[in-house]
Write a protein that binds this ligand. Structure first.
Ligand SMILES: Cc1cc2nc3c(=O)[nH]c(=O)nc-3n(C[C@H](O)[C@H](O)[C@H](O)COP(=O)(O)OP(=O)(O)OC[C@H]3O[C@@H](n4cnc5c(N)ncnc54)[C@H](O)[C@@H]3O)c2cc1C
Length: 274
């Protein structure tokens, strides 16, 4: 029978799948070995770790500082898989070429060992939202990961409208676009708005949106695609990833009366920066 307790800093998982989304983005599936995944809420995150002795991928640049080989490098990653899935945890990760952990993660192959923390945490979850409110999920790049977890769990079971706005430089950076397009085609509850900011680099003509997320918002994108005008009374807004985009969006939303959510002061803006 699987052990429930795992040793601290043990490489307690194996990689079961690696998908190269773009030159600098990968989706990893990680399977626990000898322990059971704890329950978690869609939208939460967990730590991944590897020792400094693990090899860095070929694309990496030189490490700014030399680390002792036995130093464990740990970073937080949002979970992209369903909270109902007890077999594996999925992550969507960007390579930071000069970074400490991601060049080591990007060197992992199927079957390799990796460490995962046992604390699944975070308040960036839909249980913070009353059932009768619509939801707008805004992300740049890998910031779409927590939304995939929400949509793959039970976000679409509630009677509310959900709009995903996903921004990236180019179409190949829009991870999960096939799944989001498919989901949109099978339910009226979901609208998916991908937008790219570097259309000149596209190998074939991009017919979608090309504005920055904040400009789409100012243009009334929710009213256009989802058919309602978002107000603090009818919807909650989740914003994930790029700190500049988050700050501009929060500023714009605050002008419309939205306030940032915290446990002490419930509001309608939910933020996860990374
Ligand atoms: C709650 C939370 C959830 C997160 N979820 C994800 C996730 O789902 N996917 C994901 O890819 N990352 C996620 N991150 C970021 C992740 O924890 C690491 O910070 C990131 O992978 C870089 O780690 P590193 O050790 O390779 O780089 P580090 O050694 O930490 O170096 C990062 C340095 O590079 C700079 N930098 C340049 N580009 C980037 C970039 N794209 N990301 C980070 N730093 C950059 C930073 O300013 C910093 O100085 C999350 C962070 C938090 C706090």
């Amino acid at each position: 029978m699987a052990k429930k307790i795992k040793m601290k800093n043990e490489l307690n998982c194996r990689v079961s799948q690696v998908v190269q989304v773009s030159p600098s983005m990968k989706i990893f599936r990680i399977v626990p070995e000898g322990w059971e995944l704890p329950g978690f809420e869609a939208g939460q995150f967990v730590a991944l770790y590897l020792p400094a002795s693990a090899e860095r991928c070929e694309d990496a640049t030189e490490e700014p500082k030399q680390l002792a080989p036995d130093k464990m490098i740990k970073k937080a990653y949002s979970i992209a898989s369903s909270s109902k899935n007890k077999e594996f945890i999925e992550f969507y990760i960007t390579l930071v070429r000069s970074g400490a952990l991601t060049p080591r993660l990007f060197n992992l192959e199927i079957g390799d060992k990796v460490g995962m923390g046992s604390k699944f945490v975070g308040m960036f979850t839909l249980d913070q939202v009353p059932d009768d409110k619509n939801v707008v999920l805004i992300a740049t790049g890998t910031g779409v990961a927590p939304y995939m977890s929400m949509l793959r769990s039970d976000a679409l079971a509630k009677d509310r409208k959900i709009t995903v706005i996903h921004g990236a430089a180019n179409s190949w950076d829009l991870g999960y676009s096939s799944e989001l397009t498919l989901l949109e085609s099978i339910t009226d509850k979901l609208k998916y708005v991908p937008t790219i900011t570097n259309p000149d680099k596209e190998p074939s003509k991009w017919n979608g949106k090309t504005q920055f997320i904040q400009d789409l918002w100012e243009d009334g994108i929710i009213e256009k695609v989802a058919g309602y005008k978002p107000t603090p009374e009818n919807c909650h807004i989740f914003i994930c990833r790029n700190p500049n985009m988050i700050n501009t969006m929060v500023e714009s939303l605050e002008k419309d009366g939205f306030t940032e959510h915290s446990k002490r002061a419930p509001g309608q803006i939910h933020v996860e920066k990374f």
